[in-house]
Design a protein around this ligand. Structure first.
Ligand SMILES: *[C@@H]1O[C@H](CO)[C@@H](O)[C@H](O)[C@H]1NC(C)=O
Ligand SMILES: *[C@@H]1O[C@H](CO)[C@@H](O)[C@H](O)[C@H]1NC(C)=O
Ligand SMILES: *[C@@H]1O[C@H](CO)[C@@H](O)[C@H](O)[C@H]1NC(C)=O
Length: 407
């Protein structure tokens, strides 16, 4: 009642009407200062010099080698301003106490990596389309992009089928589309079934058949980011020419050898990259994102109480890629190089987003147990695989924009 009284006096009281109108106009045109962007997030959109020509630093700098350096600026967004954060990566909402992990930025050896400028990005992306292909880490990356862009615009969810993991977001004012294709193995895969040879919980991977759900759509996109790694750690049966030829995490019961997850990871990448090169009508650019490290569990494996409790990044000389990360990385790199060469012979270009080394230094950036309420009844493992949002993988979009500009 008191509020209404104030409003009536403000609008129709002694203050002249045109004066109030002016005040309202000022509020509307400066909406981002008055709550649209939200408390705790710098209203950076206002400061953006969107008309300055943008040149990629990749012309003279390797953006993938460097160190994390302390950063004083507040994150671009938070869980109150961005509605696109996956629950299990919403570390601020679930009360992660140490926020020091947000106070670092990636500093390449030879240059500054420009901060992601959402307005510039959207102007660049006008009339274009971008697809993410992969697993929940591809989605993690996409959601970071949606959050960064949420300083300027919110997209409309125009997904054809809201019950699947495939998503389509459209930015109407920019006619820009972001899509997500769920394809954690990149090749055709069948879930463990109750009957059949997979009754022991093994996935069936058809290692010579690319997953047509995304390959058949590639020609529609200007940019496609492909990534995969983690799901090869699941017990699987391997098929080639529709015949069972091997398996991973298996016993002799199948009568085929355990070829290990290294076999399936490499085969899947090879087949996926060949399929990309074989798309006749491809008009866009395909970017391969190298794996996000799987090795950040300490004091135990993921199912043995392992956790990631660090609160600060490591330095480059404190990290070394090893074990599964190293095997996967080398295989992805070799398959990428072979495919990039084949693409070149066709007059095309594949691009590499070599983000693994930077992320290896960020064991502090995962949800750990702050991806859900502490008292949640269901047993959930500590998550040292995905990344908090906001968090370190926001730099994947700093990198991505520089890569797109370097075209
Ligand atoms: C929007 O962009 C798509 C390409 O992504 C294009 O085919 C379409 O014509 C554009 N629509 C408008 C209204 O500009
Ligand atoms: C691992 O265990 C040691 C000793 O108990 C402890 O100091 C350290 O913080 C633990 N590290 C993590 C990541 O939990
Ligand atoms: C790692 O590098 C930093 C600076 O770059 C240096 O101060 C430190 O001594 C190095 N540590 C090791 C173990 O080499």
């Amino acid at each position: 009642m008191k509020k209404l009284h104030w409003l009536v006096r403000f609008l129709f009281g002694p203050v002249p009407v045109y004066f109030s109108a002016l005040a309202i106009l000022i509020v509307l045109t400066n909406a981002q200062y008055f709550g649209l962007v939200g408390v705790g997030v710098a209203p950076r959109a206002a400061k953006l010099a969107s008309s300055t020509p943008v040149v990629s630093v990749m012309k003279y700098c390797d953006i993938f080698r460097g160190e994390w350096v302390p950063d004083k600026e507040a994150p671009y967004y938070n869980h109150k301003t961005c509605p696109h954060i996956q629950e299990h990566q919403n570390c601020l909402k679930y009360g992660r106490p140490d926020l020091g992990f947000l106070k670092w930025r990636w500093r390449p050896s030879g240059c500054d990596l420009p901060r992601f400028d959402p307005l510039q990005f959207l102007q660049f992306a006008r009339g274009k389309s971008l697809a993410f292909v992969g697993d929940s880490l591809a989605r993690n990356h996409m959601q970071s992009l949606l959050c960064l862009l949420s300083q300027v615009a919110y997209p409309k969810d125009i997904s054809a089928n809201p019950t699947t993991q495939n998503k389509v977001y459209h930015y109407r004012a920019y006619n820009f589309t972001i899509s997500m294709f769920w394809s954690p193995f990149l090749v055709r895969a069948r879930e463990p079934a109750e009957d059949g040879p997979a009754h022991t919980g093994h996935w069936s991977l058809y290692l010579d058949e690319p997953d047509e759900s995304w390959v058949s759509q590639l020609h529609r996109f200007d940019y496609v980011l492909v990534s995969a790694a983690n799901w090869f750690s699941r017990p699987s049966l391997f098929y080639e020419k529709r015949r069972l030829i091997g398996c991973s995490f298996c016993s002799r019961q199948y009568g085929v050898p355990d070829l290990t997850l290294y076999y399936s990871q490499r085969r899947a990448w090879r087949v996926a990259l060949r399929a990309i090169n074989d798309v006749e009508r491809l008009r866009g650019r395909v970017i391969v994102r190298m794996l996000s490290p799987m090795s950040h569990f300490e004091n135990g494996t993921w199912d043995q109480g392992g956790d990631c409790k660090r609160t600060e990044p490591l330095r480059a000389n404190q990290t070394q890629m090893e074990g599964r990360d190293l095997h996967f990385y080398n295989a992805q790199m070799e398959e990428y190089r072979a495919a990039a060469k084949a693409a070149q012979e066709k007059g095309r270009r594949l691009m590499l987003m070599d983000a693994t080394a930077a992320m290896l230094m960020r064991p502090d950036g995962h949800p750990s147990r702050y991806g859900h309420w502490a008292n949640e009844k269901v047993q959930l493992y500590n998550d040292c695989i995905h990344w908090c949002l906001p968090g370190p993988i926001d730099i994947w979009n700093d990198m991505l924009f520089q890569m797109l500009l370097a075209e």
